[in-house]
Every structure is written in structure tokens, then in C-alpha cells.
Design a protein around this ligand. Structure first.
Ligand SMILES: NC(=O)c1ccc[n+]([C@@H]2O[C@H](COP(=O)([O-])OP(=O)(O)OC[C@H]3O[C@@H](n4cnc5c(N)ncnc54)[C@H](O)[C@@H]3O)[C@@H](O)[C@H]2O)c1
Length: 280
């Protein structure tokens, strides 16, 4: 890429980005979002509420839950649910259904922890299990308990995977394995639930600008003995667009997929990553 083209790509990436949907895109819909007190899930939940949906978000971080609740965003409710625990998810969805009159149109399975950055021989079995329990167990528990109410009128499930669910990711074995599983679960449920007018897709973000990537970069810098600035530049250079993506980019796709405009899109793994070229 020429220096001028590279500068242009960076300028585009810095441009102020907003969620773009009309306040009516999800009017009348009830949407559940997991792990939504911070990060991408919070941006998705707020975008859905702004697009007219009644949103039931959940998280395990009580402080972050209280902070989001204090914002008093119209149509956005947030409560406690540990996505890695089936009992907690079952109770949360039962409470949501009580509020919504048993109606549920959308589920955004956003939960996903980063897990360890380490060589495979240095990863503990508990670390592997913790990633699997949250990242794929969490998607399964929410889908399991949301599917029955959704079957009544149809709906849409989005599993937030990652480019790590489309490529191998050295030093992130549990995370990459769990994100491929999220794609497999989406493709399978798309086939199983399609006849009930429920669409299921996976969304695969690239590196998202934010707190989580700062932690991942710090861990990779420590593991490889490189400077954080260098590791960050390398992450950006992995995509053709030579830039990180924003949480709003993910929210825009989520709102579109949840809307009736996407009524024939199912069984897909859609990347929002500026086109990942390598993941080494
Ligand atoms: N940030 C990125 O660069 C990036 C890239 C690709 C994919 N993703 C995926 O996007 C999703 C969101 O990522 P993020 O960066 O916003 O995450 P994050 O690390 O910022 O966490 C978001 C929220 O998840 C909550 N959480 C963690 N474990 C939970 C559990 N067991 N139950 C309920 N809530 C829980 C946290 O309390 C936090 O509020 C994840 O699935 C992640 O794998 C993120």
C-alpha cells in the first residue's frame, strides 16, 4: 500500500463513527444481550434500544451493571446473569419472559472472555475449561433458554465469534477453539431452527479498539518480549484496512441482522474486521 493510501485508511478509521440505524429499525422487538455492561455488548445493547427494541441486557459485573442502569437509557433494562452458569441464565431468561409477556425476538450471544495468551504446554486445564464454559457454554445456555419463546413468532440469534473463529490464533488456543465453536453452533442452530423462522448467524469482529484489546496487547507484549506499541501496530497491520474496528461497527451489523431487513440471512459467519490477511 502506498503511504498516501495508508494515510487515507487511517483517516477513515479515525473518523467519528456512530450507530446508523433509524429509531424504528427494531421497533416492537424484544432483544436479549449477554455480557453487556461494558465493551461491545454495551454498545450493541444501547444501539438496539436506540433502534426501538426493548432490550434485556445482563452481565456479572455488579458495578458496571449499576453504572449502565444509572444512565437510564430508554427501553434498556440490565440485570445480573452469569453466562457461564446454566442456572443463572435460566433464571434470567425466565425473568425476562415474565416482563415481556413471553415474547422474545432477538438474542445477541456476546459473552466471550479472552483467556490466556500462552504456549499450549503452559495453559492450565482450568484456564481451558473457564474459556469453554463462558465462550461456548454461555452461547449454548442462552440459545437453549431463548429458543422456546422465540419459536412462537420467529426471531434472530447472533453469536459474537471473532476472526479467531475463522483463522488459527497462535498462543490463544482456548479462545480460538471456542470462537470456532461459536460459528459451528450458529450454523447448526440455523439449520435446526430455520423452519421456526429463527435465523442464526455468527459475527466475527477483528481487533476492536478498546479496553479488552489493550489487555490482549499487554499480554502478548509480555509473552513475546516486544514493545506494546509494536504489538499494537502489528495487530492493525493484520487487516487490509490497516486499522482496528470499533464497537459501533459491530453494533451496526447486529442491529441490521436483528431487523426485518435481514430476513433471509441465516447460517453465515460475517467478519467485521477490515479483511484479516494474517493472524500470526
Ligand atoms: N474486543 C475485541 O477486540 C474483540 C475481537 C473479536 C471478538 N470479540 C468478542 O466480542 C465479545 C465482547 O468482547 P469485549 O471486548 O466487549 O469484552 P470485554 O472483555 O470488554 O467484556 C465485556 C463484558 O463481559 C462481561 N462478562 C465476562 N464474563 C461474563 C460472564 N461469565 N457472564 C456475564 N458477563 C460476563 C464483563 O463483565 C464485561 O462487562 C466477546 O465475545 C469477544 O470474544 C472481541
Amino acid at each position: 500500500m502506498t503511504p498516501a493510501a495508508n494515510a487515507n485508511v487511517k483517516k477513515n478509521a479515525r473518523a467519528k463513527l456512530k450507530t446508523v440505524f433509524a429509531a424504528s429499525a427494531l421497533r416492537g422487538k424484544t432483544v436479549v444481550v449477554s455480557a453487556a455492561a461494558e465493551g461491545i455488548g454495551k454498545t450493541v445493547a444501547i444501539a438496539c434500544a436506540r433502534a426501538g427494541a426493548r432490550v434485556f441486557a445482563s452481565d456479572i459485573n455488579e458495578k458496571a451493571i449499576a453504572q449502565l442502569r444509572a444512565k437510564k437509557i430508554p427501553r434498556l433494562h440490565i440485570g445480573f446473569a452469569n453466562a457461564a452458569c446454566e442456572k443463572s441464565v435460566r433464571e434470567h431468561i425466565a425473568a425476562v419472559c415474565k416482563h415481556s409477556g413471553g415474547v422474545l425476538h432477538g438474542l445477541v450471544n456476546n459473552v466471550g472472555i479472552a483467556g490466556p495468551t500462552a504456549a499450549v504446554e503452559n495453559i492450565a486445564a482450568e484456564e481451558w475449561r473457564a474459556v469453554m464454559e463462558a465462550n461456548i457454554g454461555g452461547h449454548f445456555y442462552f440459545a437453549k433458554h431463548c429458543a422456546p419463546p422465540m419459536k412462537k413468532q420467529g426471531g434472530c440469534i447472533i453469536n459474537i465469534s471473532s476472526t479467531a473463529g475463522l483463522f488459527g490464533f497462535p498462543m490463544r488456543a482456548p479462545y480460538a477453539a471456542s470462537k470456532w465453536a461459536a460459528v459451528g453452533l450458529a450454523k447448526t442452530l440455523a439449520m435446526e431452527l430455520g423452519a421456526k423462522n429463527i435465523r442464526v448467524n455468527a459475527v466475527c469482529p477483528g481487533s476492536v479498539d478498546g479496553e479488552r484489546m489493550r489487555r490482549v496487547i499487554a499480554a502478548k507484549a509480555k509473552e513475546t518480549g516486544r514493545a506494546q506499541k509494536e504489538v499494537r501496530a502489528d495487530f492493525a497491520a493484520m487487516a487490509s484496512m490497516r486499522a482496528f474496528v470499533r464497537a459501533e461497527d459491530i453494533a451496526n451489523l447486529a442491529v441490521f441482522l436483528l431487523s426485518d431487513a435481514a430476513k433471509n440471512i441465516s447460517g453465515q459467519a460475517i467478519a467485521v474486521d477490515g479483511n484479516t490477511e494474517r493472524t500470526d
